[in-house]
Each structure stands twice: as structure tokens, then as C-alpha cells.
Design a protein around this ligand. Sequence first.
Ligand SMILES: C[S@@+](CC[C@H](N)C(=O)[O-])C[C@H]1O[C@@H](n2cnc3c(N)ncnc32)[C@H](O)[C@@H]1O
Length: 160
Amino acid sequence: MEYYNEISKGYEELHGEEQRKKLIVLKQNMKVKKNDLLLDVGCGSGISSDFDCDVIGIDPSIELLQTGFGKRKAKLLVCGVAEFLPFKDNSFGIVTSLTAIHNFNDIEKGLMEMKRVGKGKIGVSILKKSEHADKIIGIINDEFGIKERVEEDKDIMLIS
Ligand SMILES: C[S@@+](CC[C@H](N)C(=O)[O-])C[C@H]1O[C@@H](n2cnc3c(N)ncnc32)[C@H](O)[C@@H]1O
């Protein structure tokens, strides 16, 4: 997490293009409706929150959140972690997370929180080279079920 605070000013220059491309693929494979309420977990500067519906973003890096203030799509930005989502059960029609799950301190807990606050529909992008990739895919398969799996260069997108 310290890492993301440190690189916050250069994050978009470093990762922006790559993350935007991943988001396009994720969006193409998800059926997001205008009246959906979507939670973007590990939203960073908000690149991944650019959906055509109401979005709430949460990320532990206050510096990354700050770089997105005012110019991003999310209606509400929350500084917090996936493992303790400050939302009621079944609050969100869709829960997304773009290249963030491998950073969670407790991956299982974070994914169970995403399940609790959502209504069963998720769209996530998982970094293939992460040592946790297989574990993440296994939990998602067991807890959400996988309807679509899209292999990209660096990430695997899973949609439930
Ligand atoms: C590669 S960045 C992706 C950011 C954004 N989703 C994007 O596509 O640009 C990974 C993000 O995971 C966040 N992160 C780290 N630990 C987290 C946790 N426990 N819960 C939620 N997000 C976390 C980081 O702060 C960082 O913003």
C-alpha cells in the first residue's frame, strides 16, 4: 500500500494506458445497466471506475484517491480496504476490482466482503503473474461462479 502512495503522482503515466485497455475489455464483457449501483474495490485514482452507471470507489491509498478527485466518474470515494467494506449487505448490483485483489492483505476476507455487499455479480481482472492468481480464481469460482473468462496479455478477466 505504501508503494501506491509513493507512486501516486506518476501512477497514471505509468499504468494509465494499460488499465484503461483492461477496463474496455471488462466493460465489453459485462452487462452494466445505467441504473446499476457499482462498487469499484481498489479503485486507485479512479481509472477503473469509469462505468456508465452510479459508481462508488474504495481504496486505501488516500494519495491515489486524491489524484482522481474531481475528474473521475465515481460519485463517492471512500478511503478503506476490501477486507472491511463499510457498506450494508446486498448494497451493490455489481462489484468490480481491476488488478487489485492480489494486493489485499487477506484475499479470502476481501472477496467474502465483496460477496457480502454485492448481489452476486462481479467483474474482476486478475494479474496473471501474481503468485496468488490461482488462489483468487479458485475462490471466485467457488463463491461467485464464473460465467465468462477472458484471457488478456497480463490479466485474466472473470465475470460472474
Ligand atoms: C494496480 S492498482 C489498480 C488501481 C485501479 N483499479 C486501476 O485500475 O487503476 C492496485 C490498487 O489496489 C489497492 N489496494 C491495495 N491494498 C488494498 C486493499 N486491502 N483493499 C483494497 N484495495 C487495495 C491499491 O491502493 C491500488 O490502488
